[in-house]
Ligand binder design. Structure first.
Ligand SMILES: Nc1ncnc2c1ncn2[C@@H]1O[C@H](COP(=O)(O)OP(=O)(O)OP(=O)(O)O)[C@@H](O)[C@H]1O
Length: 316
């Protein structure tokens, strides 16, 4: 678990990060989003101490990162940046092996790990290991950048606009790959982007920053449905993110109950349940009535099974 506690950063006498506190749970994918210059990069660089916090504490599994040995800290946290940062005079294999070598892994173990990692992103060892970065496409280079960050199985990876420079299709493919690997290996990811669509796709939770402050932390669906203020709302509007039908809450879709409430054969859902969660969590196979309840348990409306199916279909 990562905990930022009242963290501030001054550059000279300018306060750039104002009192940031946030928690990132183990295995969580947290995306930090916000306008250019709002302090996203500074915030994550304070985690691996590429930038030192001026005030406050950052704890990793309860240990203050100031008390950690720098090499130990940086090998526990993989780091991927937009400019890739592969060493041009090293082959793909040598690039991926940098951190294992620092950690003094045996040659055999490192070689095995390189093969394993390359297989994970469909870049066969035989075909690519001896190539130099300039012989690869941008997408392939960025894949190797991700693998290099993962080489020693760090429990945490920070990614600073890793896919910003890629074309939309390559970007989509890499987003899928990263999300899949992150889920399978239960890695904790802190990911920076300007792009709300990317955040919606990847995040378990989005942290919205502006002018060095956190304005909102929420799941993607919550943030789009209920932006905390006009700055967040405008950012979302400008990027034309629409609430996916599946993310709509029952409370938004319900109609007034026609006639008396008949509980036999009916399903009762909460106003805050989204269509997605209703589909997953309730057995609708034998019911024709879906009643919506508020927090006190009073029935406030109903949704027809037909409208549920229609709305879910529109999502496809
Ligand atoms: N080393 C530094 N010295 C002085 N000012 C800095 C330094 N690094 C960053 N800043 C300033 O701190 C502010 C936040 O920068 P930061 O790079 O964290 O923002 P960001 O949200 O990541 O921006 P972008 O999305 O454009 O990358 C900016 O105003 C920047 O100019």
């Amino acid at each position: 678990m990562i905990e930022y506690k009242n963290v501030k950063k001054y550059f000279g006498d300018q306060l750039i990060i104002h009192d940031v506190s946030m928690t990132v749970n183990e295995g969580e994918f947290v995306v930090i989003i916000g306008p250019s210059g709002c302090g996203k990069t500074t915030t994550i660089k304070m985690l691996n101490r590429l930038v030192e916090a001026s005030e406050g504490d950052i704890l990793i599994d309860g240990v203050n990162n100031r008390k950690m040995d720098l090499i130990q800290l940086r090998t526990r946290i993989g780091y991927v940046i937009q400019q890739i940062g592969l060493f041009p005079n090293m082959t793909v294999e040598e690039n991926i092996s940098v951190v294992p070598q620092i950690m003094k892994w045996e040659k055999g173990r490192t070689a095995q790990r390189v093969r394993e990692l390359m297989a994970m992103v469909n870049m066969p060892y035989e075909q690519y290991a001896k190539k130099y970065p300039r012989q690869l496409s941008g997408g392939q280079q960025q894949r190797i950048g991700v693998l290099r960050a993962m080489a020693v199985n760090p429990p945490i990876i920070i990614m600073d606009e890793p896919f910003g420079a890629l074309d939309p299709i390559t970007r989509e493919i890499l987003q899928n790959e990263v999300k899949k690997i992150q889920k399978n290996l239960h890695i904790t990811v802190l990911f920076i982007t300007h792009d709300m669509h990317e955040a919606m796709k990847l995040a378990d939770r989005i942290v919205f920053m502006d002018q060095g402050r956190i304005l909102q932390e929420a799941t993607p669906g919550e943030m789009v449905r209920h932006p905390a203020n006009e700055t967040v709302a405008q950012f979302i509007r400008l990027q034309e993110v629409r609430t996916e039908e599946g993310q709509k809450a029952a409370g938004e879709l319900m109609q007034p109950v026609a006639g008396p409430v008949v509980s036999e054969g009916a399903v009762f859902v909460q106003e805050s349940d989204t269509l997605e969660t209703i589909g997953k969590n309730y057995d609708l196979s034998n019911s024709r009535k879906i009643y919506v309840q508020d927090q006190s348990g009073s029935v406030t409306g109903e949704i027809t099974v037909e409208s549920l199916i229609l709305n879910s279909l529109r999502q496809v």
